[in-house]
Design a protein around this ligand. Structure first.
Ligand code: NAD
Length: 476
């Protein structure tokens, strides 16, 4: 396997600093020792991006041509779906069946979406003044530093690349050092679609070294980050120090509210998908399951039966629904939330490293009955591990949902339109999914309230972030 330390203006660089051991979480075998892009390589990647932006081939290209290349990126990704899914599966342990159909297809869709979006861009024209015409134009911002996490590397990394370059920018992506393989392969393929040299660059390495060097580089104009809340604070501070606009998309602890008039089976399916897909490692996981007392007993019994029937195992097996956690360190983090014998919290199912596996970081699907003030309900566990909380009144449900430092997503299940409308107003989260799990509309913003982020992805949100406005006045 090629150990990609960086991709600079289309050149693959295989040498660098302190290597990072990339381990397959399903069998604990070493996949590759990945050299870290050193300071010089990071600077070269930014210089390549800056040069491509200044030369202007991409940003001044007729929009139809830029659209065609972005669409071709989608085709190139689709054509490589098996290779991309294979490498992503080895690196992350996410079931192959979930990567190909959801994440690689999403990556292709990200490019096609922004290709369509830029075809509809309009400026503003003010003609009220008899002596002047004033127009407001949007121009690309320049070089974007993109920093992405390990939990859906191809889907999230491609979103950042597609949304930044669609508006004419150049970029340098630094993927997570834990899961860089799939997205590095994807970047290496983009030249085949006709993206001009230097528009998309990549540096691999750790956050505090490669990532920090990247965002501090004076030739970087904007920073976008997806990852943990505490890292997000550091990124905001660094970007602020250098007066660079930054968006940070951060953690979540989303409430999944199931009212007693919900379509029971639909809500049950949604709750299971909300916490167990992507091996439970999702920012948008419905990790606090709030169920109204009248249906709580029936719900919990059905949930446990379904959770215990989940097929856990080799992520390459098409039948597998839940694979291993991404790393041993992360498994230890998840296990640190399992209540001990004397605790008031009650393990309803799971709570152990998966028995029967000699190798791999497998953890049982877990549900723990708790109160909202517990650590289990307040901290992001980021695994197949949900807090279960019973509530009596709607008021109580909103109170519990909002008693969280996070405000990313919320799920609401009820067959009453009035209840749904009330709930979506009362819940402090930037996305409320009503009787549906994980509906992603790329035109709409995907950001976070409170400690879940500042700024957002999505059509208009990306346009606002990746362009700057210029006001031009001309005498009539
Ligand atoms: P993380 O914060 O540890 O790392 C994210 C990225 O930041 C990595 O590439 C890392 O190398 C880099 N980084 C770390 N320190 C840095 C620094 N000082 N300067 C520059 N870069 C630095 O997050 P993670 O563990 O990779 O990802 C999991 C987190 O991401 C969870 O909290 C999850 O909720 C969040 N997430 C949020 C969204 C969203 O859309 N809101 C989506 C996916 C994941």
């Amino acid at each position: 396997m090629t150990a990609i330390a960086a991709i600079v203006a289309g050149d693959i660089i295989e040498t660098g600093d302190a290597p990072i051991s990339i381990i397959n979480p399903a069998n604990e075998e070493l996949i590759v020792e990945l050299p870290e892009a050193d300071a010089d390589t990071v600077d070269r990647a930014v210089a390549a991006a800056r040069r491509s932006f200044d030369e202007g081939v991409w940003r001044t290209m007729p929009v139809e041509k830029r659209q065609a290349i972005l669409r071709k990126c989608g085709d190139v990704i689709d054509a490589a779906v098996d290779r991309l899914a294979d490498i992503e599966c080895s690196n992350t342990g996410i079931p192959l069946s979930q990567i190909g159909t959801r994440q690689v297809s999403r990556a292709a869709e990200n490019f096609r979406f922004f290709a369509d979006y830029i075809g509809q861009n309009v400026g503003e024209l003010y003609e009220q003044n008899p002596d002047y015409l004033t127009m407001v134009r949007r121009e690309p911002v320049g070089v974007a530093a993109l920093i992405s996490p390990w939990n859906s590397p191809i889907a999230l990394g491609s979103m950042k690349i597609a949304s930044s370059i669609a508006f004419g920018n150049s970029c340098v992506l630094k993927p997570s050092e834990q899961a860089p393989l799939g997205i590095s392969l994807l970047v290496s393929l983009l030249g085949d679609a006709g993206i001009p040299e230097g528009v998309v660059n990549l540096v691999n390495g750790r956050g505090m070294t490669t990532g920090d060097r990247l965002i501090r580089n004076p030739d970087v104009n904007v920073v976008t980050f997806t990852g943990g809340t505490e890292t997000g604070r550091i990124i905001m501070r660094t970007a602020g120090e250098h007066l660079k606009p930054a968006t940070v998309e951060l953690g979540g602890k989303s409430a999944n509210i199931i009212f007693d008039d919900a379509d029971f089976e639909q809500a049950l399916d949604g709750a299971l998908l909300g916490i167990f897909s992507n091996n439970g490692q999702q920012c948008l996981a419905g990790s606090r399951i709030l169920v109204q007392r009248g249906i709580a007993k029936r719900f919990v019994e059905a949930f446990i039966a379904r959770a215990e029937a989940i097929r856990i195992g080799d992520p390459r097996d098409p039948a597998t629904e839940l694979g291993p956690l991404v790393s041993q360190r992360h498994m230890q983090h998840v296990m640190s939330f399992v209540p001990d014998a004397g605790s008031a919290d009650r393990v309803l199912t799971g709570g152990r490293r998966m028995p029967g596996f000699d190798k791999g970081y497998y953890f049982e699907p877990t549900l723990v009955e708790t109160t909202n003030d517990s650590r289990i309900a307040q901290e992001e566990i980021f695994g197949p591990f949900a807090a279960f909380i019973v509530f009596d009144t709607d008021e109580e449900a909103y109170h519990i949902a909002n008693q969280s430092r996070f405000g990313l997503v919320s799920y609401v299940w009820s067959q009453s339109i009035a209840r749904i409308m009330e709930a979506q107003e009362r819940i402090e989260a930037s996305i409320v999914w009503c009787n549906t799990p994980m509906m992603r509309e790329l035109r709409a913003p995907f950001g976070g309230y409170k400690d879940s982020g500042v700024g957002a992805d999505g059509g208009k949100a990306c346009e606002a972030f990746y362009t700057r406005q210029k006001t031009v006045s001309i005498p009539r």
